[in-house]
Design a protein around this ligand. Structure first.
Ligand code: AMP
Ligand code: MG
Length: 355
């Protein structure tokens, strides 16, 4: 398939290009577009053939539902089962405070919405992205746009144009390139069809901030219950797969900085002796403990958001070095760290060593 590349600057949008992209979506084509979380692979949510093509382009299992992206609240009405849900105080607060932004809310779905989008579930995940190119694209399309992350299923999500080109060139009608994604991890998926609400996937909006806003406990699906990282029981279908993974095996190390470094350096030497290509994923502060030729820095402890912004790009960098074994430092689980650790552990298939 021929893939058109549209370079669009969010601060000075070229509307002739964005109109072209919207036309492709309206015709039932696939368009990759930037969002503040990760790049999304979009199709008109109302067009089941187009939505099926998303699953094909990604190689995504058909039981994994897609999030529908909207540009204004009016678009929700034809997606959810009952408009009155929007009068619910908690939903109102969430939409007012976190939309546009990296929060996906799960609603009961409208029966007119095609089953491909929701993978046969009776609920639908909806989000209003903050990225202006994304929102303008959706506005010009005039209807909800179903979009999962624009990576090949299982690979780290794309947060830079080159990641999207690697995975999607030749598989979609168009790719909108528009710089790096600011947040860098996917949206928080919050199930509001139950009480108390449950986070199905931690993401760009922290559990603490939702809890503070709603003034109630927020449960976390699939919490890691013990030190071995066992009992991981995901409720969002997408969370059950090994995911976000580079080609090499990933091992996460958790504990005090010096102890982690000691352990990683031991594993690292062993890997070199065995003729493997190792790679170390470390913070800016701890990178100095390791042989710099083998280190990818993925964030700064002074600013935890940088770990979110850097995690997927770091994992993809390991692939560029052809690493077959990757030793990654754990980050603090606080705030956005909950989402970062979730992605890191998925990439590692829950392989974590406590030192
Ligand atoms: P992605 O689009 O790649 O960011 O993945 C979307 C995530 O949201 C996956 O983990 C899905 O399983 C989850 N998700 C989307 N819609 C629903 C839904 N209706 N119920 C539960 N999880 C959902
Ligand atoms: Mg994804």
């Amino acid at each position: 398939m021929k893939t058109e590349i549209f370079d669009i600057d969010g601060e000075n949008i070229d509307y002739s290009l964005l109109e072209k992209a919207a036309e492709i979506l309206k015709r039932g084509g696939l368009v990759v577009f930037p969002t503040e979380t990760v790049y999304g692979l979009g199709a008109a949510a109302a067009c089941s053939e187009a939505v099926k093509n998303i699953f094909k382009a990604k190689g995504r299992p058909s039981d994994n539902p897609l999030i529908v992206h909207i540009s204004d609240l009016d678009m929700i009405k034809e997606l959810i089962s009952d408009e009155k849900t929007l009068e619910n105080q908690d939903i109102k607060k969430l939409a007012q405070n976190f939309w546009p932004g990296p929060l996906t809310i799960i609603f009961r779905k409208n029966n007119s919405l095609c089953d491909e989008v929701t993978a046969g579930l009776d609920t639908v995940g909806i989000r209003m992205p903050e990225n202006i190119v994304a929102r303008e694209l959706i506005r010009l399309t005039g209807k909800g746009v179903a979009a999962p992350s624009a990576n090949t299923s299982g690979r780290p999500s794309p947060t830079e144009p080159r990641h999207v080109i690697e995975d999607m060139y030749g598989k979609v009608d168009a790719i909108i390139c528009s710089g790096n994604c600011a947040v860098g991890v996917e949206s928080t998926v919050l199930d509001m069809t139950c009480d108390p609400p449950v986070i199905l996937r931690p993401g760009g909006v922290t559990r603490e901030s939702i809890k503070e806003l709603l003034g109630k406990d927020i449960l976390m699906a699939g919490v890691i219950k013990n030190d071995e990282g066992q009992d991981f029981v995901p409720k969002a279908p997408g969370m059950k797969y090994r995911h976000y993974a580079p080609r090499g095996k990933v091992i996460v190390f958790s504990g005090e900085d010096e102890k982690i470094a000691e352990k990683i350096n031991k594993y690292f030497s062993e890997a070199l002796n065995e003729g493997k290509i190792p790679r170390i994923v470390a913070s800016r502060q701890t990178a100095r403990y390791y042989d710099e030729k083998y280190v990818t820095v993925f964030g700064d402890k002074e600013c935890p958001e940088t770990f979110a912004a850097g995690i997927f790009s770091a994992l993809r960098e390991c692939d560029r070095y052809n690493a077959d074994i990757i030793f990654a430092e754990a980050v603090s689980q606080e705030g956005i760290g909950e989402a970062v650790m979730n992605r890191l552990l998925k990439a590692a298939g829950n392989n974590i060593i406590y030192v």
